[in-house]
Write a protein of this length. Structure first.
Length: 141
């Protein structure tokens, strides 16, 4: 049974589900920072997924990155699966802009997280509702 790591639960806001992954929004309004978590039990590495799930993870990550680049007018996307703090497999897809708080450095540990306001969360969800259509199910707000 899929259970989200407690640290991810604490630091993110649930958005919805692709066929394989749960989409989360990092609760840090410094950057549009999204996290994909395959809904598979006890997986910490990409190679632990079967081949079909590896392909699905790659497809979902790529589709999300392309969608975010266009809809958030990104200068660059940072895509990474690190897992040094949270071992549950998860893929970061972070929208970067040349004028963001950490540019050009990595976002990790650069600035304290600035939680989203309810209005900002609603705006992000609405922006995503316009572009995440086929194969995506939004969780209740």
């Amino acid at each position: 049974m899929f259970v989200l790591d407690p640290r991810l639960q604490q630091d993110t806001l649930p958005i919805g589900d692709f066929p394989l992954c749960r989409l989360l929004l990092s609760n840090d309004s410094n950057y549009p920072w999204f996290i994909l978590v395959p809904r598979r039990e006890a997986i910490s590495e990409i190679f632990q997924l079967d081949v079909a799930d590896q392909l699905q993870l790659f497809q979902e990550t790529t589709a999300l990155a392309e969608t975010l680049k266009d809809s958030f007018d990104a200068d660059k996307l940072n895509v990474a699966a690190l897992g040094n703090v949270v071992s549950q497999l998860h893929m970061h897809v972070i929208v970067r802009k040349r004028d963001d708080a950490a540019w050009p450095a990595p976002v990790w540990g650069k600035h304290p997280a600035k939680p989203y306001s309810p209005e900002q969360i609603a705006a992000v969800r609405e922006r995503l509702r316009l572009v995440l259509t086929d194969g995506f199910t939004f969780l209740e707000d």
